[in-house]
Design a binder for this molecule. Sequence first.
Ligand code: ADP
Ligand code: MG
Length: 487
Amino acid sequence: MAPKNEEELTVALELLESVLEGTSDAILILDKNEDIIRINQSFEQMFGWSVRELQENELKTRIIIPSEHEKEVDGIIHHLKSGGSLPIHNTQRLRKSAEKIDVSISYSSIKDLEGEVIGFVLIYRDITRQKKVERALRESEAKYRVIAEHSTDLMVVLDTKGRVLYASPSHHYVLGFEVQYVHKHMLSHIHQEDIDRFIDTYKSAVIEKKSFKIDVRIKHANGSWIDIEMSGVPVINEKDEIESIVMIGRDMTKKKQAEEMMRKSEKLSVLGELAAGVAHEIRNPLTSLKGFAQLLKEAKDEMKMEYIDIMLSELDRINDIVGELMLVAKPQAVQYEYRNFNELLYSVVRLLDTQAIMKNIQIKCDIDSNLPPVYCVGNQMKQLFINLLKNSIEAMDNGGLIQLTAFYQNGNVRAILEDEGGGIPKDRLTTLGEPFYTTKEKGTGLGLMVCFSIVKEHRGSIQFFSEEGRGTRVEIQLPISADDRLT
Ligand code: ADP
Ligand code: MG
C-alpha cells in the first residue's frame, strides 16, 4: 500500500527503521550500482565493518565475498537487475578478520513506480552454528556408518512399521544375499515357526519403547538355516517418540556347533563311566549263564526247563542293558517326537540302579503313571536325567535315598530329583552350568552345562536348590507339546 500523505510516510519509515534495527539478521540495501543506501547495526556486527569503512573501500560491500563466490554473485546481481529475486541461498562470507562464516542470504530487488529496478535488499543470517551441528552430526553418522559397514554382525535400522531403512553389507557375508534384497524381503527369510514370535516381540518393543533380544532362524541364500541372536534397541527422539529401531544380529551357528561338540564329548565321557558300570552289570549274568550252561550239560531233564528259564531271564537282562547303552551312544540326527515319558524315566533309572546299589543308595521313583507324551529328543532327555542322577549318586558317599518325582502340571511335565548328598555351596548355585567347574578328581565339569543346554533347547527350565550337608533338589519343567515350545 503506497503512503498517501506525509504522516503515513513518517509512520512507514519509522516502522521500517524498527524492523531494520530490531532484527538480528544483517540487512544491506544497495542501489543499482551496488553503492550502499543503508546497512543496519547487525550487519556491522556480523561482518565487523562500519558503513564508513565500506564506503571508503575500493571493493565496497563486495569485500565480504570470498573470491571463489564472486562469479556466483555476479550472476545473482544480473538476475536481480532483470527484476528477479532469490529467496534463500546458503553460502559463505568473510568477516573483516578474514574469518569465514556460513550465511543464508535472501535477495530481492527494489523497483520504482514504473517497475524499473533501482536497488537491492540483501538479508544475511548467520548459520555457522547450525552448520557446525550438521557437520558434527554428519561426522558421527559417518563414524557409525564405518562401524556398521565393516562389522560382521548384521545391522538393520527399521522404522516403527518394520520397513528397512538401512541394512549393513554384512548381510551378504552372513546370509549370502545382496543387501538391496534385505530391503524388500526382510521377513520372508525368517523361519515360519519363528516369525509370529518375532513380530510380536517387535510390536511390543515399539509400544513399550523397550529393547529386546530374540533368537530366530534365518534362511541363507543357499537354503540352509542360520541361527541368529538378535537384539533390538529403539532410538527415541527428544519428543519421546520412537524414531527407528536398530537391530543387531549375530550368527550363532558356530557357537551352537561348539556346544554340540561339547555335548558329544560329554556323551563320550559319560559313556566311558557307564561302560565300567555296564561291564560289571553284564559280568554277573554272564557268570551265571556260564554256570547254568555247565549245569545244563549234566542236568536231569526235569531240571533243564528250570535252568533254561533262568538263563533266558539273564539273557534278557543283558539285552536290556546293551540296548540301553546303544540308545545313548548311537549318534542320531536330532529328532523331536512325542515320547512316553514314564518309559523314558524308568529306563534311565534302570540304567543307573546298579551304580546306586553299589554305593548303598536307593533310587525311589514317584512317577505319575499317566504322564502325557512329551515332545522331545529322546536321547537328549535320557542324557539329561543320566547326568543329574549321576551327580546325585556321586554326591552321596554314605548311601541314602534319591527321590525322583514326576507329574503333569499346566502344559508341562515337572520332574523333581532330590538327593541326600553333600549339597552345593550357595555361591556356586548361581554359576552352575559353567563348563569345567568340577569338585571331583575325575570330573569333567561338563555334565550340568549339557543339562542346561538340553533344557534350553527344549524351551523348558531347570532350577537347583541346595543346602550344604543336607542335599540337593533339582526341579525341571518341560513343555509337553510342540506348540508350547515356541512361547
Ligand atoms: P562333574 O560331575 O564332572 O563334576 P557337572 O557339571 O556334572 O560336572 O557338575 C559340576 C559340579 O557341580 C560337580 O563337580 C559338583 O561339585 C556340583 N554338583 C552337581 N550336582 C550336584 C549334586 N546333586 N550334589 C552336590 N553337588 C553337585
Ligand atoms: Mg556330572
